[in-house]
Design a protein around this ligand. Structure first.
Ligand code: ASP
Length: 548
């Protein structure tokens, strides 16, 4: 950790910014230094304006979870989130203040995790997360996967009472702990994320036609992604041999699919008789219904609207924080789940899981073709487009997170694609929250695979209902590593599959997550470009320029 102390005046601030820049440049590979410095400088000015006239301390440090800048000074508490300038000023002439507030809310929601403010004992402290080492989690998960397979084979060779003991007293309890934590999180994550999203949609009206267009395209590509998922599942039909036996051997049971409720019953059942019960019984359709209603109502109740929107936003951040904490244990859970299933797994189930992984990756790659078709129909050269956005795709791929790739993606939209900030400052954070094409492809293919393993047949109406579930769940999937694991448990349950199937997904998901996140991020940038071009807010000379 390096520390610098400066005067809390304009001169001191410019020295402090220089110091921060020099120290950050010592770490290799940080891409968002300029944008970090703008926010750091802005925060220092706020500390000065509210300061007690003493010095400003700046710390630049790296630890296992990432690289951080911490600035602290004496002074009174202030409303950091409302006062900080997130580049929204750039748009002053283009939007009225309500629209600016909306953009600010979207940006803060997206950045919420990377800037933290507190005032304790008359001292204000702001911590900026410059880069998070999500890669560490990915490497550990892949290590968990490989070691888990090896350990599974070792267990197979051991005397059966010893291996059964290790499985019963160590592997299975740890796996169950993790599964319980996931189950516990599903309802609140989906609920709060949806309420916050829907209340944001209300505000999107403030952004006018462009906001609606972006949202419309996001939903359109998600529907196509779901269709691609079905098409690939039905065309490839990867073998699911050995999977049902494996899941059943770890206690999983297919729920009786009662005779299909009529359309009228399905619709009528969406509204619960009691507002608390769905959270106890875990009825996701009812929870989703309550969330959408709350989201709409939050925007229309006058003076309490803002307080409530803040409250739901805070709860959303809270559960996102808890999810991030739980997700950190994925490497251990993967190790235990995969060791336990390799021990029980015959060669056929191992091959089946590999076949499913390959099918999902094929579906994800087909999305690139879909984007290419849409882009070229709008006069944007897809190959050049993919070349221009490659850094964003690689960031999402290597971190397994479209949120982590967001700063890079915004920069690419401005500098490489020539898009006006007016569009990408809201469309990219919004897309990282609601537009999950990769997640949708993946959810459909995985669900259809396990359904085939258990011989579940669907009627057309059931498939449509399932598609709607995937659409809504994709909106409520956070753009963090492994988030699909949480929502697949709801997708699986919605078609009667046992939750134990999720344990098999852990094993292969770290690889799929990289492709999925890259597609999620690509979808956001493709739609941003399409809408920007149609609004004449994309400078084609910048996009088509020859690079030196
Ligand atoms: N990791 C994905 C993303 O950040 C989310 C998911 O797991 O589906 O886009």
């Amino acid at each position: 950790m390096t520390k610098g102390t400066f005067m809390l005046d304009p001169q001191g601030i410019s020295k402090a910014v220089e110091f921060t820049e020099t120290e950050l440049k010592k770490f290799k590979g940080i891409k968002n230094i300029p944008s970090t410095l703008i926010s750091v400088e802005e925060a220092m000015v706020m500390l000065m304006e509210n300061g007690g006239g003493y010095g400003l301390d700046v710390y630049v440090y790296k630890n296992i979870s990432g690289i951080y800048v911490k600035i602290t000074a004496e002074g009174k508490e202030f409303d950091f989130k409302n006062d900080i300038d997130l580049g929204v000023d750039l748009l002053k002439d283009e939007y009225d203040s309500a629209a600016q507030d909306t953009i600010r809310a979207i940006l803060l929601r997206a950045y919420g995790d990377s800037i933290k403010y507190q005032n304790k004992g008359g001292r204000s402290t702001v911590v900026f997360t410059v880069s998070k080492s999500e890669k560490a989690l990915l490497y550990l998960t892949v290590a968990g996967l490989v070691l888990g397979i090896l350990f599974g084979f070792i267990l197979k060779l051991m005397p059966s009472d010893i291996s059964a003991g290790i499985n019963t007293f160590a592997l299975t309890p740890i796996k169950t702990l993790f599964m319980n934590a996931l189950k516990m999180l599903v309802a609140p994550v989906v609920f709060f994320s949806l309420v916050s999203c829907v209340s944001q949609f209300n505000n999107l009206r403030e952004l006018g036609r462009t906001g609606g267009k972006v949202m419309g395209y996001y939903m359109f590509t998600t529907v196509i992604a779901i269709a691609v998922g079905f098409a690939v599942s039905f065309a490839v039909r990867p073998s699911a041999a050995g999977i049902a036996e494996l899941v059943t051997s770890s206690g999983g049971q297919v729920s009786e699919i009662a005779e299909t409720p009529s359309f009228i019953d399905t619709v009528v059942n969406i509204i619960p008789e009691n507002i608390v019960e769905p959270f106890i019984t875990g009825d996701m359709m009812q929870i989703i219904f309550i969330a959408i209603i709350c989201g709409i109502a939050v925007g229309s109740i006058g003076s309490y609207s803002k307080a409530l929107a803040d409250f739901f936003g805070a709860c959303n951040d809270l559960f996102l924080g808890i999810t991030t904490m739980v997700v950190r244990f994925i490497p251990i859970a993967t190790f235990c789940a995969i060791a336990s299933s390799t021990m029980a797994m015959g060669g056929d189930s191992l091959l089946s899981m590999l076949g499913m992984t390959a099918t999902v990756i094929l579906g994800l790659l087909i999305m690139l073709v879909v984007y290419s078709v849409i882009l070229s129909s709008r006069g944007i050269n897809p190959l050049l487009f993919f070349k221009r956005i490659s850094a964003g795709m690689i960031t999402a791929f290597s971190t397994g997170s479209s949120n982590a790739a967001m700063p890079v993606n915004m920069k690419i939209c401005g500098e490489e694609l020539g898009i006006a900030p007016k569009i990408y400052t809201f469309s990219i954070p919004l897309g990282a929250t609601v537009n999950m094409d990769g997640t949708s492809v993946c959810g459909v293919i995985m669900s259809m695979f396990f359904a085939r393993a258990f011989g579940i047949e669907f009627t057309a109406a059931q498939l449509i209902a399932f598609a709607v579930t995937v659409l809504v769940l994709s909106i409520s999937t956070p753009g963090i590593p492994g988030a699909t694991i949480i929502v697949t448990s709801v997708m699986f349950a919605s078609i009667g599959l046992p939750i134990e199937c999720v344990a098999l997904v852990f094993g292969v998901d770290s690889v799929i997550d990289m492709f999925r996140s890259a597609i999620n991020a690509t979808g956001d940038m493709a739609i941003t470009a399409i809408v920007a071009k149609s609004e004449k807010l994309m400078d084609m000379a910048v996009f088509n320029r020859k690079k030196k």
